[in-house]
Design a protein around this ligand. Sequence first.
Ligand code: SR1
Ligand code: MG
Length: 407
Amino acid sequence: MKASVTRFDDYFLLQPDDVIDYVKVKTDLFEQDEQLTCDEIGDGNLNYVFHVKSVEHPRSVIVKQAGHTARISDEFKLSTERIKIESEALGMGGKYAPGLVPKMFLYDDKMNCCIMEDLSDHTILREALLKHETFPRFADDITTYMVNTLLQTSDVVMNHKEKKELVKRYINPELCEISEDLVFTEPFNDYNRRNELFKPNEAWIKEEIYNDPTLHLEVAKLKFAFMTNAQALIHGDLHTGSVFVTKESTKVIDPEFAFYGPMGYDVGNVIANLIFAWANGKTAGEDDFVEWVEQTIVEVIELFKEKFLANWKQHATDPLAETEGFKEWYLRDVLADTAGITGMELARRIVGLAKVKDITSITDEEKRVWAERTCLLAAKSFIMKRTELGKGEDFLAILQKAAGSEQ
Ligand code: SR1
Ligand code: MG
């Protein structure tokens, strides 16, 4: 932090020209007379993201600012505190999964901004998957990130009082409410009247999703587990738009939804978003890509299990952690949550307000109908059969069965 009194002492929404001034006032990363350019590049649903670049020197940063409402809709009134949660959660990510998150240079609680490493040599994973590119490091890196951040912040490893301090610190009511509504409630009953159904699938979705009481019972159980199981500090929104990649590197970004919740929420989000990429690849006839995604789904589950057990052995501190059979029981529970959340994320992105490009960019009507129904049939099976899925191959089998079924 530099100058003591500045025009950035009271919150206002920054414009690109302000940001150029802002980074010079707030950091030593640039010379005062250095010529900088700034573009607003945010394409997420919530925040403003500015790319600041030096004209002459090879240096650049990202400035992220929270507004009082979500970009996707003014209906969502949100505390700007989320940038603090994001900055601190990225700090935790850097501690437990070094190299797998961007470097953070500054958090500013007045302007509700953070300044972080520019990753523009990377691509957002969802965008790359839309071009049917493959990433050999992804399964290994994302499972290291998840196992390390989840297990190390849980009661398995942490001192229980310190963990409870973190539970308090990461209380995130507004962003949790978004997930409670958009992920768990609305897709099954359109309770806030803002679902967006693809017309040719409207009647089918009403029948299969809105009118299935057995499904609704399992959804209710998953929602209450999400709200009450303070198991680990989770990322909370780990979809393929929250990951930057190159062939050699993976960086997880955007943990503003972080809070103490069920570990399977993160793993399930990764699997569901791989399935959206898979559905897109299928409709494009990209067989090699589809095969890579299938292999990656299996690997994510298998590597997660393997690293989880190894990490537990190495780091567990609770006196009962080594009780015969306990870690295997605990892992089975995480996998059941993973399957349940895979289903929830699949359903909400098809039925609800916040869609994914993997599906909405399918221009052929018949193919989009097929992609949506396949995802929704798979979603139902993931939710209903969640306690039966112990292996990566079991996850893939659910998807393949949905794809081949009569729709
Ligand atoms: C109102 S925010 C909609 C969605 O965007 C975020 O990335 C989360 O996934 C949220 O559910
Ligand atoms: Mg986000």
